[in-house]
Design a protein around this ligand. Structure first.
Ligand code: OSB
Ligand code: MG
Length: 382
């Protein structure tokens, strides 16, 4: 495409309830959106287009080293100027080349992913192609799971989970940490039976020394345990996987297809959580899906409390064949009383895969204005 402008706008949305994980409690979703405008050459001529990207970095560097203000800074100072230099040298920017053009900047995958997402959205809109179609997905709806934060009491947990099951969510993921692991899982099984698809996510809160405690989870027939150990503990995850029956799943440890290949080769994971932002974008996410599928490793789509924009895009990705487990792509209402797009809804335990061009969602201007800050021009029309 020929890029004419790039704008950035910060956004802060209240959560319907606090969300607690082993690394902290969130009461608001803070993010920024990128809006990239330009033209794309198609068979019908030059088509004006707009694309949206959403950054999944959390406000603080507690899930990964990235954090929102850092992602914004690297985007303003390095990523957008680098793309501008490429275009001004006479080379066209395409969604498929964004990652390569930014590769010399180390890390900052969530920041890069937001840029690629916006270019891809703009490009696909101009061509009239949906995200799912572009990625090669064929499913029209995806089963929807829900990630349940750490609660103040078992009683609260059972009430919250009961509500989600009543809404129709087909899989429950419990956040765990030392002191909140076997007891809530056992209570879940007592209250709702052994047939509810159930998994746990530790967000790197344990060490191998805790393996005896973690093994106690084996008796509950969990689908998987997600990221019990630290980000860089691939080898230790491989060891833990031999000590437990519960399938080992990695989230934080996987930042690229290369990481996924290493994890599979080491036996550190038999399941992967794929989050497009964490791995630098939807194109790398698809490569990880393809790699895992070739190895017979199941994948599912994780979430980062995305707004309707990221949620719509995730639904497109999760429609690929290899996403054989329900993901954390839940309805907008799971986190937000008011989403910035038309809300993503739950229908008989599934979320529809958007079919309109691009991501399949756009911000609603009046709602965005209520929750967003001023527009920053990162690449002004000129
Ligand atoms: O580990 O999957 C995680 C949210 C923020 C950071 C990390 C994680 C999560 C979730 C929520 O579990 C997933 C969602 O968006 O529903
Ligand atoms: Mg996780």
């Amino acid at each position: 495409m020929i890029i004419e402008s790039v704008q950035l706008r910060e956004l802060s949305l209240p959560l319907v309830a606090p969300f607690t994980t082993s690394f902290g409690t969130q009461t608001r979703k803070q993010t920024y959106l990128l809006r990239i405008a330009g033209t794309v050459q198609t068979a019908a001529g030059a088509v004006p287009t707009v694309g949206w990207g959403e950054c999944v970095a959390l406000a603080d560097p507690v899930y990964s080293s990235e954090y929102l203000a850092g992602a914004r800074a690297v985007t303003e100072r390095y990523l957008i100027p680098a793309l501008r230099a490429v275009q001004e040298s006479g080379t066209e920017i395409t969604a498929e080349t964004v990652a390569a053009r930014l590769e010399h900047f180390v890390g900052h995958r969530m920041a890069k992913a937001a840029v690629e997402m916006a270019v891809l959205d703009a490009q696909l809109r101009a061509h009239g192609v949906s995200f799912a179609e572009y990625l090669g997905a064929t499913r029209t709806a995806i089963p929807s799971g829900v990630s349940v934060g750490i609660q103040d009491s078992i009683e609260d947990l059972l009430r919250v989970v009961g509500g989600y099951l009543d809404e129709g969510y087909v899989r429950i993921k419990l956040k765990i940490r030392p002191g909140w692991d076997v007891e809530p899982v056992a209570a879940m099984r007592r209250a709702f039976g052994d047939d509810v698809p159930l998994q746990v996510d530790a967000n790197a809160a344990y060490t191998l020394v805790d393996s005896r405690q973690l093994r106690r989870l084996d008796e509950f027939g969990l689908l998987l345990i997600e990221q019990p150990l630290a980000e860089d503990d691939l080898l230790q995850h491989a060891t833990l996987a031999t000590l437990m029956q519960t399938p080992m799943c990695l989230d934080e440890s996987i930042e690229s297809a290369k990481d996924a290949a290493d994890a599979i080769a080491l036996g550190a994971a038999s399941v992967l959580n794929i989050k497009p932002g964490r791995v630098g974008g939807y194109l790398e996410a698809r490569r990880i899906h393809d790699l895992a599928r070739a190895h017979g490793v199941a994948v599912w789509c994780g979430g980062m409390l995305e707004t309707g924009l990221g949620r719509a895009a995730n639904a497109g990705l999760a429609a690929l064949d290899g996403f054989t487990l329900p993901g954390d792509v839940s309805a907008s209402g799971r986190f937000y009383a008011e989403d910035i797009t038309e809300p993503i809804v739950l229908d008989a335990g599934t979320v529809a895969v958007p079919t309109s061009p691009g991501l399949g969602a756009v911000p609603i201007p009046e709602i965005l204005d209520r929750h967003a800050g001023p527009v920053a021009e990162l690449w002004a029309r000129g």
